[in-house]
Design a protein around this ligand. Structure first.
Ligand SMILES: [Zn+2]
Length: 253
C-alpha cells in the first residue's frame, strides 16, 4: 500500500515518514514526536504539515513551551489508532476514513481474535475509531478534518457499516462537550428509533447528558415541523463546523 507508515513505535527522529506526499509540500523544517494515549505510543510527523492543519499543534510548536523545546507533544487522552489515521490522511488526503479505520483494526487485532469477532463487533469498533477521529479533530481544531470525519460517520451509518450500543453512546457523550455536533448527530439518530411521545422516559433510560440533548433535539425537530421545513435533520451540514456563521459548506470562501 502506498500510504506512509506514520505509526511505528519508538521511531527515531531522523527516520521521517515517507511516501504519499504529492499534495503535501513540506519545507522539511523538521519533525516532531507526538506521544499518544496512556501507553505513550510515539509517532513522528513533519511539523509544518500538522501545524498548517491544526491551531493546537501550531500553538504548541510556536510558544515557548517545554513541548516546543523538546519537539515533543503529549496527547494522553487521545486514541493512538485515531492519530495514526489522522497522520496517514494528512499526508495524502485521499483515503476513505472508514476503510482506514477497518485496516487499522485488522492490523492491530490478533488474527485469532479477528476471526472470532462478530460482524457487530467489527461495526462497533469501526464506530469507536471514527468517533475518536472526530474527538481528535475537535481537540486539534482541524475543522476541515472534523467535517470530513462527520461525513464518514454519516455515510458509514447509512451504509450499515457502523453501529453503536448504549455503552458506546454513553462513552461518546463523555468524550465530547455538551451539545457538540457529534452529540447532536447521535441524538438525532436515536430519535429516529425512540418514541418521541414519551420524552420523560429519556431521563429514565439514559444518562442526564444524553437525555438533555435528546430533549433539545426533539424541540428543534418539532420547531422545524411547525415551520414546515420539510425533511428533518438530514443535511450533513447540520452536523458540520462552519467558519464565521456560514450555514453550509457551499458558503465557504
Ligand atoms: Zn457543511
Amino acid at each position: 500500500m502506498a500510504t506512509p507508515d506514520a505509526g511505528t513505535r519508538k521511531r527515531k527522529a531522523d527516520n521521517t515518514p515517507e511516501g504519499e506526499t504529492k499534495k503535501f509540500k513540506s519545507n522539511y523544517s523538521g519533525v516532531i514526536t507526538v506521544s499518544v494515549g496512556s501507553d505513550n505510543i510515539e509517532f513522528t510527523v513533519h511539523q509544518d504539515l500538522i501545524c498548517d492543519r491544526s491551531p493546537f499543534f501550531k500553538a504548541a510548536c510556536s510558544r515557548n513551551w517545554t513541548e516546543a523545546k523538546e519537539r515533543r507533544i503529549n496527547l494522553p487522552d487521545q486514541n493512538p489508532k485515531a492519530i495514526k489515521i489522522y497522520f496517514e490522511w494528512a499526508y495524502s488526503q485521499r483515503q476513505d476514513l472508514g476503510d482506514l479505520a477497518r485496516a487499522v483494526i485488522k492490523s492491530e487485532v490478533p488474527q485469532l481474535r479477528a476471526e472470532q469477532m462478530s460482524n457487530r463487533s467489527w461495526r462497533e469498533e469501526t464506530f469507536i475509531i471514527l468517533r475518536d477521529l472526530w474527538v481528535l479533530a475537535d481537540y486539534l481544531g482541524d475543522n476541515v478534518f472534523k467535517n470530513i470525519t462527520m461525513d464518514s460517520l454519516i455515510d458509514e451509518r447509512n451504509a450499515g457499516r457502523i453501529v453503536h450500543n448504549k455503552a458506546i453512546v454513553h462513552e461518546s457523550f463523555e468524550r465530547t462537550r455538551l451539545g457538540s455536533q457529534l452529540q447532536t448527530w447521535i441524538a438525532d439518530r436515536l430519535l429516529t428509533v425512540l418514541s418521541p411521545d414519551d420524552p420523560i422516559r429519556f431521563a429514565d433510560d439514559w444518562p442526564l447528558s444524553v437525555a438533555l440533548v435528546l430533549l433539545s433535539r426533539l424541540l428543534v425537530k418539532k420547531g422545524r415541523l411547525d415551520k414546515e421545513e420539510g425533511l428533518l435533520l438530514s443535511r450533513k451540514c447540520d452536523y458540520h463546523e462552519h467558519a464565521d456563521g456560514a450555514e453550509s459548506c457551499d458558503q465557504r470562501t
